[in-house]
Design a protein around this ligand. Structure first.
Ligand SMILES: [Zn+2]
Length: 377
């Protein structure tokens, strides 16, 4: 692809590198990359890929910008709060580099749409904070023979790896399967804001190297980064002959609908907001007693809560479990339903016979039952 005079100037410091030159810059212009998730990882990755002149960038994210995103999601301004992330990201990236094509996809990727979207690109940069999406994009890339550049973050630590078809193992070779309940996301565990900047920049680096066919990629190497110790480690791993998607006899030949985010424990119930409202009404009529345990932080609880709820933040639940009313069934509540699922795991461990969580959390309650309830992030 020919470069205009202004492109020759814009990418001058690339073109000066003999390893890139005008030919390499033309390859970048011809490349098509999908960034999955415009979050902590996707923001810096997309900024660097756009700045570097990757010709077509798809940005897939179905969420809207929230105030609590801004300490790490550097594509967004305070004024973007409430905007669709994909749209706000596209505006910012076009302002940075009007010579490239930015395609916002304001939707969550799932088994039904993933193949059609991945088919349009050469490389997928996975910056999703959901494990289910990581498996979905990994599987789609193996099936369609596309490269996959993945990273994940947790508190002060990050990890990264690259899959290239025919060149090395995939994510399932290393982690055959897992579910989101074993790894809390940023909303539950917290994360150092700059951490995804390091990992997202590494994803952009690996993506540019793949397009330019430069250096040694992170294929077959699982890289970890510990920000507190300022230490990188890496683990070599090989393709697994039994891998369900890239092995000798794959059992996965089409993207799977993500498994439920958690398993259910014996005695566990899942209430929708409407079901919980009914349960609480029938309780008033003398049915079994349910105690509402709100596992959010005190700050969130103070902003708005259900009148009968007691507040035991998730981090203290294990220690305080013996003090909870022993004769009652517990219903765990949180903002979106993720922390309350983790609370169910704790209840199961303590041997509670019957317990429940509110699906969709108090956000669902505010939508379906009581719109005056304040639910803060
Ligand atoms: Zn595999």
């Amino acid at each position: 692809m020919a470069l205009s005079d202004s492109e020759l100037t814009r990418y001058n410091r690339h073109i000066l590198l003999p390893e890139i030159g005008a030919d390499g810059q033309s390859k970048l212009k011809a490349a098509r990359v999908l960034v999955v998730g415009a979050g902590g990882l996707g923001c810096p990755a997309a900024l660097y890929l756009a700045a570097a002149g990757v010709g077509t960038l798809y940005i897939a994210d179905g969420d809207r910008v929230e105030l609590s995103n801004l300490h790490r999601q550097i594509l967004f301004q305070t004024a973007d709060i409430g905007a669709l992330k994909a749209e706000a990201a596209a505006l910012r990236l076009r302002a940075l580099n009007p010579d490239i094509r930015i395609e916002p996809l304001a939707q969550r990727l799932d088994a039904a749409n993933i193949l059609e979207i991945v088919r349009r690109v050469d490389i997928v940069v996975d910056g999703s904070d959901r494990l289910a999406t990581r498996y979905l994009t990994n599987d789609a890339c193996v099936i369609l023979r596309k490269a996959w550049v993945s990273a994940a973050i947790h508190r002060f630590e990050g990890q990264a790896m690259v899959y290239v078809p025919g060149a090395g193992p995939c994510y399932r070779c290393l982690f055959a399967q897992a579910s989101d309940d074993v790894i809390p996301n940023c909303a539950e565990a917290g994360v150092l804001g700059v951490l995804p900047g390091v990992l997202g920049s590494m994803q952009a680096t690996e993506t540019l190297k793949l397009i330019l066919n430069l250096g040694t990629s992170l294929v077959g190497r699982f890289l970890t980064y510990d920000a507190l110790a300022m230490q990188f480690r890496e683990y070599a791993f090989k393709r697994c002959a039994d891998c369900a998607v890239c092995g000798e006899h794959p059992t996965i030949s089409a993207p799977l609908e993500p498994a439920p985010a958690t398993r259910d424990w014996p005695g566990m119930r899942r209430f929708s907001a409407r079901e919980l409202a009914q349960v609480l009404q029938s309780e008033a009529a003398g049915q079994a007693r349910w105690v509402l345990v709100d596992v959010r932080d005190p700050r969130e609880f103070a902003a708005g809560h259900l009148s009968a709820a007691i507040n035991v933040p998730l981090g203290r639940l294990d220690a305080e479990y013996p003090n909870l009313p022993a004769q009652s069934n517990l219903v765990f509540l949180c903002r979106s339903g993720a922390r309350s699922l983790r609370a169910c795991a704790i209840a199961a461990r303590h041997g509670s016979a019957v317990f429940a969580h509110l699906e969709g959390g108090l956000l669902a309650w505010a939508t379906d039952i009581d719109s005056t309830l304040q639910v803060i992030a």
